[in-house]
Write a new protein. Structure first.
Lengths: 190, 307
């Protein structure tokens, strides 16, 4: 388990070099994209930004306008499993190399990570201030018709922390913990 | 008791001209930005239980840091400022219609100031109202009492933890019959299914009995209890302790990373049921357990913070 400095855009080789349990610090561009964005991409709508080599952040931030500029005042991860029906396709079709969220994702996404070279990065759920502190600029926003929490925000981050919990080699901490806790619970049954 | 007032706003907000509205805006700000003392104590205790250098310890360290930052900066603990749930006691004869209008105005102001995210979405059209007001939002539960003052408790419950709530109907093929064993197995299954999705370590609110709607409503009311209290019903108290002990032996851990603390607490109550139904309803609260309350004079001036 290593501490890896990751900058965007991310190459396939970089994504494949990451292993389960590695800690990463990301510097560069994150695009927020959650439920409505994934649904719209699934419908075949062309993304408003080039997602090749990009990192998508499952996040609906709190944004306020100060002196005509957008400022992000809270930006932790949202639950990723809701994107499970769509994420594999977005990775395949748009060259997304990493997804940041919380709670982990399922077998379709894990297979896409393996097939196309991508990773799932876990940020700490609820830690909206720790995450927002690493967002140094808001450079733009697209698809505002979806509402602020669902829009694609262009965030610039410096040393944004996350843990690799699904890698491109078939490893998933979430699958491991589920299996172990299921076995433990079976023994604890009343 | 007084800790909630410790976080100053970054700049003194302008008065709205209504004492009640000002108080409600302040209640929203504090609830969104300052974790209650009982929850902070529980998070701190959990930090001591995780292995040094583990992912679980890392998660709890980040959570601790986040609690401090949110309070200092007077910014939301979590970007999902959740469902806005008010539990209100008023003197008999108090004007609830006027109170509702003031609450909606306060919610709009708190949204503009960034204490609340724009979080209320038309369920069919998908349009965000932009001000957290709309059908069902905010959600206000009124009760009357024979006292002179108002009690207003606010809970902000995020969608991640709301989504992992569950309702079981007993008997159940995997979990058992209409007895405490069946109840216990159903609750533990909800914990297993939730994994880290609800931003654990979590807190459970449980209702045994009731119907499908009262079960969920009552399970959420359990979150108004102080985290370190004990259930006055010895049977339920025993069940609460057992659920926490067993959940923490599951190895799910903070954020589902694996570890020693899966639950910070479990609060269980019961409602009478009809003979044909036996529901066990579980609401899950994330570690960012945002609930705070105030006692108000009839004119709306804050007398006391509750948690």
């Amino acid at each position: 388990m290593a501490l890896v400095q990751l900058t965007t855009p991310v190459t396939v080789e970089q994504a494949r070099s990451l292993r389960l349990g590695d800690t990463v610090e990301i510097t560069g561009r994150l695009y927020t994209g959650r439920d409505a964005v994934h649904h719209r991409l699934h419908q075949g709508v062309k993304p408003p930004v080039d997602l090749n080599g990009s990192i998508i952040y499952h996040c609906g931030p709190v944004m306020v306008q100060q002196d005509g500029k957008w400022v992000c005042t809270a930006a932790g991860p949202t639950t990723s499993i809701r994107e499970e029906p769509y994420q594999w396709e977005v990775i395949r079709d748009h060259g997304v190399r990493a997804v940041i969220g919380k709670g982990g994702m399922g077998p379709k996404t894990l297979a896409a990570c393996k097939d196309y070279g991508a990773v799932y990065l876990h940020a700490i759920g609820g830690a909206a201030q720790v995450c927002a502190e690493r967002i140094t600029r808001v450079d733009g926003v697209d698809w505002t018709d979806l509402g602020s929490p669902e829009a694609i925000w262009h965030l610039w981050v410096e040393r944004f922390p996350a843990i690799v919990t699904m890698d491109s080699h078939g490893g998933s901490l979430h699958a491991d913990v589920f299996a172990a806790s299921q076995a433990a619970m079976a023994k604890l049954k009343a | 008791m007084t800790s909630a007032t410790a976080a100053p706003p970054s700049s003194p907000p302008a008065s709205t001209g209504s004492a009640l509205r000002d108080s409600l805006v302040e209640l929203i700000r504090v609830t969104s930005t300052v974790l209650p003392a009982d929850v902070v104590r529980a998070v701190n205790a959990a930090r001591g239980a995780e292995a040094k250098g583990s992912n679980a310890a890392y998660a709890l360290d980040v959570i601790d840091c986040n609690i401090g930052l949110a309070k200092t900066k007077s910014q939301p603990l979590c970007q999902d400022t959740g469902s806005v749930l008010f539990y209100v006691h008023t003197p008999v004869g108090y004007d609830q219609v006027a109170f509702t209008a003031e609450t909606e105005a306060a919610v709009r102001i708190a949204t503009t100031r960034g204490h609340l995210r724009q979080n209320s979405v038309d369920a069919v059209g998908g349009k965000n109202s932009g001000d957290n007001v709309g059908p069902g939002a905010p959600d206000i539960h009124f009760h009357q009492w024979h006292r002179d003052h108002l009690e207003v408790i606010l809970m902000l419950k995020g969608g991640g933890c709301e989504n992992v709530g569950a309702q079981y109907s007993l008997p159940h093929p995997q979990h058992g019959g209409r007895d405490l064993k069946g109840v216990e197995n159903a609750i533990l299954d909800a914990v297993l299914q939730a994994q880290g999705q609800g931003c654990g370590p979590g807190i459970l609110g449980v209702c045994i009995g009731g119907d499908r709607s009262s079960g969920y409503a009552h399970s959420k009311v359990q979150f108004l209890r102080p985290l370190d209290d004990r259930n006055g019903d010895p049977v339920l108290d025993d069940l609460e302790q057992r659920i926490v002990t067993k959940a923490n032996q599951s190895g799910i851990g903070p954020m589902g990373f694996g570890g020693a603390t899966t639950l910070l607490g479990c609060k269980i109550s019961k409602l009478n049921r009809v003979p044909a139904s036996f529901f066990v309803t579980i609401s899950y609260m994330c570690w960012a357990y945002r609930r705070q309350g105030v006692d108000l004079t009839p004119a709306g001036v804050i007398q006391k913070w509750i948690y």
